[in-house]
Design a protein around this ligand. Structure first.
Ligand SMILES: [Zn+2]
Length: 61
């Protein structure tokens, strides 16, 4: 019974360099994309565009 192979369909690719980089924000554990050259995740990346008016982050409600 060799029809099934375990461990081939649910594996994460981790062969690229830069794997395991995390957001530079101390309390953030968001893993950065290997294609993301920035130091911060999308949430902590300094934005150059104005924030949406009336949309203030309030944490956990
Ligand atoms: Zn972050």
């Amino acid at each position: 019974m060799n029809g099934r192979r375990l461990g081939t369909s649910n594996r994460r690719k981790s062969k690229k360099f830069g794997d395991g980089r995390f957001c530079a924000e101390q309390y953030c554990q968001t893993q950065l994309s290997i294609y993301n050259k920035k130091k911060y995740c999308f949430l902590h990346t300094p934005v150059s565009y104005p924030r949406v008016r009336g949309h203030v982050l309030k944490g956990d409600e």
